[in-house]
Design a binder for this molecule. Structure first.
Ligand SMILES: N[C@@H](CCC(=O)N[C@@H](CS)C(=O)NCC(=O)O)C(=O)O
Length: 208
């Protein structure tokens, strides 16, 4: 979404990077996605990638708004990472087993069960309660969306992409409906899906 926002073309690693295919990421000196390679420059981590794109590709389409609100965007992105991702994980983490290769199950289960301190089945055991917790956690987002269609105002910016990324992760890995259709955050999610000629809407879903 950040690349599309800046109007930059890219080629993605068509075959993807499985959880047990860390060798494919050796060039980046770390083990997580996303990673971009731009000529000789390699950048990993969504935030660092967005900052890199912003500083390297000046255009009238800033990812951080006309006043370069890096600090506010960092707040939103850290809030998503620390508060929203774990809640969404509590809805979808077991479903992820259905969309990854069976030879990755052991790594995925062990690493995530260690992180949660319980079995994946226990993590997702009360998804309806988690859904309520997500609705509550999204209260400030709902209030912000009363003021304008995106956190960026009339157009999205990195704060929108940071939160949307969490919903995209859920969308491609699970059929569990996290948001109620009447929730204004759901309308925002639909707007995000249709951006850039439906870039996100048309992103391949894993077989679910
Ligand atoms: N905050 C980081 C998160 C990076 C991250 O955790 N990536 C996951 C995506 S599934 C990953 O690569 N996991 C691989 C693993 O757990 O082995 C970002 O936004 O870039």
């Amino acid at each position: 979404m950040a690349l599309a926002h800046k109007g930059l073309e890219c080629n993605s690693t068509v075959e993807g990077v499985g959880f047990t295919q860390k060798h494919k990421l050796e060039f980046s000196g770390q083990e997580l996605v996303p990673v971009i390679q731009d000529g000789d420059i390699i950048v990993s981590d969504s935030w660092d990638i967005a900052v890199y794109l912003e500083k390297s590709y000046k255009s009238d389409r800033s990812l951080f708004g006309p006043n370069n609100d890096f600090i506010q965007a960092k707040f939103v992105s850290s809030w998503v990472d620390s508060q929203i991702h774990p809640l969404i994980a509590k809805c979808v983490v077991l479903d992820i087993l259905n969309v990854i290769n069976s030879n990755e199950h052991e790594y995925f289960r062990m690493s995530r069960e260690k992180r949660f301190g319980m079995s994946l089945e226990q993590v997702v055991s009360d998804r309806d309660a988690t859904k309520k917790a997500i609705k509550q956690a999204l209260y400030p987002i709902r209030k912000a969306l009363e003021v304008g269609p995106f956190f960026g105002g009339e157009n999205p910016n990195f704060s929108d992409y940071a939160l949307f990324g969490a919903f995209m992760w859920a969308r491609i890995t699970s059929s569990f409906e996290i948001l109620e259709t009447s929730d204004p955050v759901e309308s925002w999610r639909e707007r995000m899906l249709s951006l850039y000629d439906g870039l996100a809407e048309n992103a391949p879903k894993t077989d679910i």
